[in-house]
Every structure is written in C-alpha cells, then in structure tokens.
Design a protein around this ligand. Sequence first.
Ligand code: ZN
Length: 299
Amino acid sequence: MTEPKRPMKEANRISTVLNQVLGRDRFPLKVEEVAMEYSRQRFADSPVAKVDGQDLEGFDGMLTANPSRSKWLILYNSAVRSEGRKRFTIAHEFGHYMLHTDQQDRFECRDDDIETGDNNGREIETAADLFASTLLMPLDDFRRQVAGQQAGFDLLGHCADRYGVSLTAAALRWTEIAERRAVLVASRDDYMLWAKSNHAAFKSGAYFPTRKRTIEIPPTSVTHSSNCSGTYQTETVKANVWFVREPDTTPVTVMTMVSAQYDYTLTLLLMPDAEWRLPNHDDEEPLEDAYDWFVRKGQ
Ligand SMILES: [Zn+2]
C-alpha cells in the first residue's frame, strides 16, 4: 500500500535537488535524464539504465527489470505523437520505479491509466500520476505562474508549454490549486469521457459520477456541439444548467476548447465557493491534505 503522501514527498525531494543544481528557472524538466541520473545516484545497484521509445501495442508505458533486478528499463509508446503525453508517461513510470518496485518488477500502463488518473481506483496508478504531476509541475513554481492571472486556456497553454505537458495535465494541476470550485470535463460526441472536480467542488456536491453512469453535456451549453462554433468558447450561465442542486443565483463560467490535437473537448467549469464554505486558506499544507483526500476518494 502506498502511503498517500509519499508520491509528493519523493517528487518534491527530487525537485529540491534540481532547484539546488539548476536554479528555479529549469523547466521543462529533462525527465529522461533525471530518471536515469537520480536513480543512479540514489540506487546505484539497481538504477533506471535506459529510457526508450518502442512499439508497445496497447500500452502507453512500461517499467520492467532485468532478471537480477540490477537494471530497470522505462519504455514509452513511440506511436504516441504528443510530446507532453510521452513525457508524462516517462514520469509516471519513474513514479512506479520510485514507489512500487517492492511490489512488482513489471508495470504495464495503458493510456487510460495515465494522466487523467482515471484508473478505476487502482491505487498505484493514482500514486504514479501524482508523482508525475508533482515532479513535472512543482506546486511552488506552478503557483508563481498562475498568481494574479486570469483563468483560461491561454494561461493553461502557457503552463503546458512551460512544463512540457499536455493541456489536460496542466488543467488538472490548475484545478487543484484554484481558489474557486473548479471542474474539468472531457467529452466526445456530447457525452462525458471523464470529469474531475477539485476538492472544493467535490465537497459541495458539484461532481459528475462518470464511472457510474453515462452523462450527457447539457444541450443548452456552449460545450454542446449544437452550440459550439469555434475552437474556443466561453460563457457565464446559471450553475444549475450543469449542477441541478446549485441555487438559481450561482453562476458558472464555462470555457470550452475543441482541439484537433486532442480527440476530445475539454471544458473548464468555474464557480464561486459554496456559501457555507469558510474563506479560502492560503497556506500550502491544507491544500496538500485536501489533494490527498481528493485522491483517496478516487476523484
Ligand atoms: Zn502505471
């Protein structure tokens, strides 16, 4: 069993070393180099000896050991064209190496395991994702990038470029530290593929149980294909268009992005805090705790 805090702790430990060696303006992370160099220094008798792209049919990534477990190999699917996804996959496999090699000596990870955390509650996959996003997008730097900036796909695009990750990965990271209730929805053909609520949204009941049932995009929403005319659209409407239990007075800002690069539509829903919630806290620790809780809940 992986202790929920450990993925972040291990990733932050590496970030601290990198900050000391390379300074703070060191992004995007050279994830292949870091996996090999860090493992060689810390676990000299069983390092990550190689990171390689191969034709992995049906898998996005793999971590495997030689028979004597003296060398580990990270493989990523060379057919995946998105550089961001490739890098996230390598970081995810490095996460298995740092966290789970006492449990298995072979990990085969499919694309639905990686990045979105939509892994049917498999704890080691959630942990490897958390390790990867913490390593690639350290919270302190991420906060500096987004502080005082207007939320939207422009800002998320900047973060995706800075960290060399996909827009989806940057958007998920952003929702974790958003000061409002935020929900990220991926949809195709007007049905949700997956949806992730940040802690504040989840706690207020604003979430979509996409694993339990099929959920359609609200037909009147700008996200719906019958209303969506461009690649990027935004609107502010009553929140209960999306979340029936929200009061009539609560607005939701909807930002929708259709991109040829992704085979789905990404929508960011932003709402003010629910009225009964306490004012936001600013310190790091409770947010991390909140995220742990969020991960444990499998959301
Ligand atoms: Zn995995």
